[in-house]
Ligand binder design. Structure first.
Ligand code: GRG
Length: 301
């Protein structure tokens, strides 16, 4: 990774990530041509020009720990963002969360149509694996296979899709804290964990380093989700770029509905501290990952 990335403040590094990932995605997304152009337009509409790029940032920051080439890290970051955006497009569909706004603009099925939104999501999911399997991502086929397998697992029925399935049954299901924690670990935690581990895979890091990053991501993911629940209760739709208050309206149990606002906030702070403690194994190269934990607690969008 570039030494400039290491010397940036967290805000600078996040902005650098937004810009570099946007550039990489713009190059990797197919150009809209031919009779199929509409699906490519929808993919570009959904992916480009928005989002915090938190998952890509985790890839860049974890890759920095092991001196991974920036080009490789950016391609993996872009692949992970493609999977994330696919999940947002499908989550927003009328058959799921039925949302009109995402990242401050109309959702894909509103701007295009439902069939195009389904296809754009499908194409982004498959594009992610196309990117990871390409030798341009990493010269070692074992590394590429591991990236493909790990992302497939994180996105699939024992990962994000499984979490979404559990979530769809949530209204009236009476989930307790343990059930909500598992739901969120699958639904949002699995991709966050992949992001944190991707740098270790690219850098062929030791098991000890991988475990430290897995534990960091576990606690960071839960702190992120609790903060998301707090934004849903207390947030501003304009700032969040999406509807808020939806969980309560749907009668869904969340960390906030179970713990209450104050305990949820305390729990998120404890988790963020715990996440940072898992990085003790690393030197100052982990500074941005440490700072990210605190940043996640203060987010408003
Ligand atoms: C449809 C298979 C499938 C899965 C959907 C990710 C997801 C699962 C649903 C998104 C719904 C949601 C609001 C979840 C809460 C946490 C979350 C993932 C928020 C969106 O991620 P951010 O805040 O969004 O990182 P940006 O736009 O910044 O990338």
């Amino acid at each position: 990774m570039s030494s400039e990335f290491a010397s940036l403040s967290l805000e600078g590094a996040l902005a650098d990530c937004v810009e570099s990932v946007e550039h990489t995605l713009n190059q990797l997304l197919p150009a809209p041509t031919g009779h199929e152009a509409r699906v490519m337009e929808a993919m570009r509409y959904a992916v480009l020009g928005g989002g915090k790029r938190l998952r890509p940032f985790l890839v860049l920051a974890s890759a920095h720990l092991f001196g991974v080439l920036r080009h490789s890290a950016l391609r993996v970051a872009a692949a992970l963002e493609c999977v994330h955006v696919y999940s947002l497009i499908h989550d927003d569909l009328p058959c799921m969360d039925d949302d009109d706004m995402r990242r401050g603009k109309p959702t894909v099925h509103k701007a295009f149509d439902e069939a195009t939104a389904v296809l754009a999501g499908d194409a982004l999911l498959t594009l992610a694996f196309d990117i990871l399997a390409d030798p341009d991502t990493h010269p070692d086929p074992h590394v590429r296979c591991e990236l493909v397998a790990k992302l497939a697992h994180a996105a699939g029925a024992r990962g994000m899709v499984g979490g979404q399935m559990i979530d769809l049954a949530a209204p009236g299901a009476g989930y307790d804290l343990a059930a909500i924690t598992r739901l969120q670990q699958l639904k949002t935690g699995a991709l966050i964990s992949f992001g944190a581990e991707a740098g270790a895979i690219l850098g062929k890091a030791s098991e000890t380093c991988r475990h430290a990053l897995q534990h960091y991501a576990h606690d960071l993911g839960l702190a992120f989700q609790i903060t998301d629940d707090l934004i849903d209760v207390e947030g501003d739709a304009g700032l969040a770029g999406k509807a808020v208050g939806k969980d309560e309206a749907a009668g869904k149990a969340t960390f906030v509905s179970i713990l209450g606002v104050e305990r949820a906030r305390t729990q998120a702070a404890l988790l963020a501290d715990q996440a940072v403690a898992h990085l003790d194994h690393f030197d100052d190269k982990a500074r941005l990952l440490r700072q990210l934990a605190a940043h996640i607690l203060s987010r408003r969008a």
